[in-house]
Write a protein that binds this ligand. Structure first.
Ligand SMILES: [Zn+2]
Length: 705
């Protein structure tokens, strides 16, 4: 009852209708700032060059932010319209049943180029085709975009190609990849190019592409919203409202899956804001009317896009159909809220999105307070914890909404997420975790094993993260963050194109001795990692002992150690999984880590208890740590019923520096329980050179399976 009353009050406050009347993210102030940055700073000119001319290389999803605005603005309207495929074509399939990431000619050879997705695409040179990285041949053999559904040996009409008794989903792969890797980056480029230059050519193509996207963007129906008359497109969603046939926990998604859609939709929302005036262009209106869109005016076209993209996204978020790692969906919701700028009495609207992000599924109001440890570590691996930096955008958009509508969004209900003191350490830990000015401890799903290459001077850096240090510096004023943002050579960092650049404050902070970052032995005891480090570059050395107990993206790497010296990872780790298919038995397994296995048993999943550090000391070039863990918790069956439990699992490591050049490590692992203890070591990623012994193949497999 109380909740209903609260809701009624909230609704009555909202009774005043307001709708978007202009750009709310790319304000005139932001556009002026960007143009001034370009006039003044080389880094801003480099960003503009990237937006207008070079774009980013087309890669699978994570990475490309821009395509070349000039290149895409030079394409025909018809090409731009077809750049986004119809969502009648699926974007995923049962990878257990159909060949996944395999070539019909070269088979699994393509996996060398990428086990998740090896394909290349070139939508301008070879639209609606994917290229095999081994032979360079293109699939399918027909030209779907020209209406040809049958030509050649490998035709695909959108439902896959039957070849060799199997169905190959070339166009599904293309439709998924082109959306995230080309369509969304092109929307970002064209919108930003227009704002930077005022050239209507960019806006025209961007508006046509966005209108096309609005005709194809899925939704989950409009029940319970103020828009029951809109078209239900559940059948065109990523999983059509059901669950994934292979990754069976997964539901939702729009054009892409529920996680990646968060940051794609966020970028689409900003692009819409940037292109706002462009929809009044008579050429744009004539073209989209020719494609069957029932719009006469720019306002009607904007309303169509707001409904079928922004509002469809709001419903998707509210129903959990768009949902990523913590930070992803909240940032998406706040972008939708600011860009839609709608706090009228129809729902869902901007107020609903802010509520969703702060007190609904998003839980942002308490996320950083409760989701971070006192040293800034999170509930996930260090790599994944960087996603919490997306809360920067949540906080910034919140302040902008509050400024635009001061009576509507109170600071009590929607507090400053970064005011909590320990949130500062979210930034600090990415300085503290870095060893030899380069390496992040590969705790859980973090970092990638690569062929050993001695690091160069130019690879050194102060922090694992980059431009976010500028936010931290602005927020907390700590000169260490100013230093962390710079290069080792002392160069000032690139700024954010659309934000004022704090050059004078940065220079003043760098003159402050408190800005120095020095790497001594250190303990991040809340997160559970000890770092022993000493020596001077390039002879510095470091060792990490992992006693963390994370919840998400954890691997069986408890009490693993990693060693770094001479610019190399000497005891590395597989790191981020090569695929999700064999993660449990391969990438994540205890035997793949530098730790101890009892009775050939996997570590207990999914929770660990009792972990901590008993000793930590560093003096006179001797650095020591003792930490314990409980990877076989009480009740774990180790074998025979009478087997002794494993209740001692403790590692003591000392890094002893002999002189500037030499050091050694003492490693004592104390384990009880069971009857067999295997210590595994993971060496450098090079072909092993086996000594000349009487080696025999083991037909039943090795200790690791
Ligand atoms: Zn091939």
């Amino acid at each position: 009852m109380k909740d209903l009353l609260g809701l009624a009050l909230l609704l009555s406050v909202c009774a005043v209708a307001w709708a978007k009347t202009g750009r709310t993210y790319y304000t005139e102030e932001r556009v002026t700032t960007a143009r001034e940055n370009v006039a003044r700073y080389a880094w801003a000119r480099a960003t503009q060059h990237r937006i207008l001319e070079t774009g980013d290389a087309i890669r699978y999803y994570i990475g490309p932010v821009y395509t070349s605005a000039d290149t895409f603005a030079a394409q025909s309207d018809e090409f731009i319209w077809l750049l986004q495929p119809t969502t009648e074509i699926d974007r995923t399939y049962d990878i257990g049943e159909h060949p996944n990431a395999l070539c019909p000619v070269h088979g699994a050879e393509v996996k060398r180029f990428g086990p998740f997705n090896p394909w290349k695409i070139d939508p301008i040179g070879n639209p609606y085709q994917i290229q095999c990285p081994v032979g360079g041949e293109w699939y399918p053999s027909n030209r779907y975009d020209r209406g040809d559904l049958t030509s050649g040996e490998f035709p695909d009409d959108g439902k896959g190609c039957l070849y060799g008794g199997q169905r190959w989903h070339f166009l599904v792969e293309y439709a998924h990849m082109v959306y995230g890797s080309v369509v969304v980056p092109t929307l970002s480029s064209l919108s930003q190019a227009y704002l930077l230059t005022g050239d209507a050519r960019y806006a025209r193509k961007g508006c046509i592409l966005l209108a096309r996207l609005a005709t194809q963007y899925p939704n989950y129906g409009w029940e319970g919203t103020s828009y029951p008359e809109l078209e239900d497109r559940t059948a065109r969603a990523y999983l059509k409202g059901g669950y994934h046939p292979h990754y069976t926990w997964k539901n939702g998604g729009m054009i892409s899956d529920l996680i990646w859609e968060c940051f794609l939709l966020e970028r689409i929302a900003y692009a819409y804001d940037g292109l706002y005036e462009g929809f009044d262009d008579p050429e744009v209106l004539a073209f989209v009317r020719g494609k069957g869109l029932p719009v006469q005016t720019g306002s009607e076209l904007r309303e169509y896009i707001e409904n079928y993209i922004l509002r469809a996204g709001m419903v998707g978020l509210q129903r959990g159909m768009i949902h990523g790692n913590e930070g992803h969906h909240q940032a998406c919701a706040l972008a939708l809220a600011l860009v839609a700028d709608d706090c009228g009495d129809r729902h869902p609207n901007s107020t609903d999105m802010v509520e969703y992000a702060y007190h609904g599924i998003g839980g942002a109001a308490y996320m950083l307070t409760n989701g971070l440890l006192r040293d800034g570590g999170g509930h996930e691996s260090p790599g994944y914890n960087t996603i919490k930096l997306d809360f920067i955008r949540v906080a910034e958009r919140m302040e902008e909404l509050r400024e635009a509508h001061p009576d509507h969004f109170s600071a009590e209900r929607y507090p400053d997420l970064f005011a909590e003191p320990k949130v500062k350490e979210l930034f600090g830990q990415y300085i503290d975790l870095l060893m030899l000015d380069r390496f992040l401890p590969p705790i859980g799903d973090t970092s990638n094993l690569s062929k050993p290459e001695r690091m160069r001077d130019s690879w050194r850096r102060y922090s694992f993260i980059g431009p976010e240090n500028l936010f931290a510096f602005g927020k907390y004023g700590d000169p260490r963050f100013a230093r962390a943002a710079t290069t080792y050579g002392g160069e000032l960092p690139a700024g954010e194109l659309w934000e004022p650049y704090p050059e004078d404050a940065l220079r003043a902070a760098l003159d402050d001795p408190a800005s120095q970052i020095k790497r001594d032995s250190r303990l991040l005891d809340a997160y559970g990692v000890a770092i022993l480090e000493g020596g001077e570059w390039p002879r510095n050395r470091a060792l990490a002992l992992n006693y963390s107990s994370t919840i998400g993206h954890r691997q069986s790497d408890q009490l693993a150690i990693w060693l770094y010296a001479r610019g190399l990872e000497l005891l590395p780790d597989l790191g981020y999984p090569r695929t999700w298919e064999y993660r449990g038995t391969f990438d994540s397994a205890n035997l793949a880590h530098n730790t101890v296995t009892v009775n050939e048993r996997d570590f207990t999943y999914p929770r660990f208890f009792r972990n901590g550090c008993r000793l930590f000391a560093s003096a006179g070039g001797v650095h020591a740590v003792t930490a314990y863990h409980s990877p076989y918790i009480e009740g774990t069956k180790l074998g025979r019923d009478a087997e002794l439990p494993c209740n001692l699992y403790e590692r003591t490591v000392a890094l002893v520096e002999v002189d500037a050049d030499r050091f050694y490590v003492v490693d004592l692992f104390a384990v009880n329980g069971g009857e067999r203890h295997d210590q595994s070591w993971h060496a450098l990623y090079v072909p092993p050179q086996a000594p000349d012994l009487a080696w025999q193949a083991q037909p039943t497999g090795t200790l690791a399976g």
